[in-house]
Design a protein around this ligand. Structure first.
Ligand SMILES: *Cc1c(COP(=O)(O)O)cnc(C)c1O
Length: 426
């Protein structure tokens, strides 16, 4: 029996309707931006394997650092003990994060990084003796799939069975260009009403919503309101972190500094699962007390895993290299040129770009129309040797930084071909 069939007999895949899904494609090797399938087909990984991969697959520098770590220390309990990789990674990140970020709390993935952030914010207000209950979020946001993360995420069909179990969240509209004032008004009204503990947001780009983008200027205004009304700000940089937006962190575009930040995805260059929540000294100090009930009682078995931290260090070495910064700038330029071109096409409603992230939104002729077309477009891209996962009528590219110009051209050509299919389907 081949691998796909064996998989089909025992595995339940994420975000997959197992009744109708095609058999999964067995991948046996990766190198640079390419994935090699068992049958010899290659795919350009234009979505960085769910937005995690920064420097290409099986990168030798990361592989070597991880191998060394495996042969030295694979794991150690992270309460009462520590190890060099966790300390060095935190030190190096704190140097490049917004200046107020002074403490690093490790976990396992993006959702746990968000859980930690929300729990920190709520307990902060308890610890300082001013309990506040409300959490504010952007209406179409995505912060993960665990319960707390789902609660602060959009109330979509994905989470519908759980709605009644999710804590109450005050949602404000995403301040997309032209609709900034409405969001500002909504946030102000909630702030004035009082009792708001924190505002959580995906800075500049809402990924799962369809790479929906808004400006640093309006985010600064929202953060200014939070500051004025003593509402903590939580920047979820799980997707935007580590160069994606053109700067190392999306928060580097802002005047204000968030109180808490969340990271995962690119944190290890896409090699290991690792989550990180960082915070300011003001946050941290509210947990220092002789009274043990003020402790942050949260942790995971694999907190601060040395192999994951080693991958993080190796990825950071690569990210900060001049060569990588040049690649990021190159991708930004190529995207901009392609966006200019594709924008002219009849069935392209809009293009959006923030750094290395490019979204092309096709005209949607009704939702059912696009739910079928989505699969056609996905399969068409695979036939062209390109991995692109459309979000409905939105196609996006979020490539590893090592992708070559030739590979980018192949991805762009595939998107032009998709436009042809959209046209035919009219
Ligand atoms: C992917 C994502 C998460 C969840 O991360 P997981 O590692 O998949 O749990 C949280 N926030 C944002 C902005 C994300 O894009």
């Amino acid at each position: 029996m081949d691998l796909a069939q064996r998989d089909h007999n025992v595995i339940w895949h994420p975000y997959t309707q197992m009744k109708t899904a095609a058999l999964p494609i067995p991948i046996v090797r990766g190198e640079g931006a390419l994935l090699f399938a068992e049958d010899g087909t290659t795919y350009i990984d234009a979505v960085a394997s769910w937005w995690v991969n920064l420097h290409g697959h099986a990168h030798p520098h990361i592989a070597q650092r991880v191998a060394e770590q495996l042969n030295t220390l694979e794991h150690v309990i992270f309460a009462g003990f520590t190890h060099p990789a966790a300390v060095e990674l935190a030190e190096r990140l704190i140097q490049i994060l917004p200046q107020n970020q002074k403490r690093a709390f490790y976990s396992d993935n993006g959702s746990t990084a968000v859980e930690v952030a929300i729990k920190m914010a709520i307990q902060y207000w308890n610890n300082v003796g001013e309990p506040k209950r409300k959490i504010i979020a952007l209406r179409d946001s995505y912060h993960g799939d665990t319960f707390g993360a789902m609660a602060v995420s959009s109330r979509s069909t994905f989470t519908a069975p759980f709605w009644s179990y999710l804590f109450d969240v005050k949602f404000i509209d995403v301040p997309v260009p032209g609709e900034e004032e409405e969001s500002i008004k909504q946030l102000e009204a909630i702030a004035i009403a009082g009792g708001a503990a924190a505002f959580i947001f995906e800075p500049l780009v809402l990924g799962t919503a369809g790479m929906v983008m808004y400006t640093p200027e309006v985010l600064d205004r929202l953060m200014g309101i939070c500051q004025k009304y003593n509402i903590l700000t939580i920047a979820d940089e799980v997707m935007t972190g580590f160069g994606r937006t053109g700067r190392t962190f999306a928060s580097h575009y802002l005047q204000h500094q968030p109180d808490i930040m969340c990271f995962s995805k690119g944190l290890t260059g896409g090699t290991m699962a690792l989550g990180l929540t960082t915070c300011s000294n003001q946050m941290y100090e509210a947990f220092l007390h002789h009274d043990k009930s003020k402790t942050f009682f949260h942790g995971h078995s694999y907190t601060g895993n040395p192999i994951a931290c080693a991958a993080g260090l190796a990825s950071l070495d690569l990210l900060l290299k001049e060569e990588t910064q040049q690649s990021i700038n190159r991708i930004v330029e190529q995207h901009t040129q392609f966006a200019e071109k594709v924008k002219q096409l009849q069935y392209v409603k809009e293009t959006r770009q923030q750094g290395t992230i490019l979204a092309v939104e096709f005209e949607a002729g009704g939702t059912s129309y696009f739910s079928n077309l989505r699969d056609t477009l996905y399969n068409f891209a695979l036939q062209q040797g390109v991995l692109l996962r459309p979000l409905g009528n939105i196609i996006y590219i979020i490539p590893p930084y090592c992708i070559t110009n030739e590979q980018l051209q192949q991805v762009y050509q595939t998107i032009l071909g998709m436009h042809g299919l959209v046209e035919e389907a009219q």
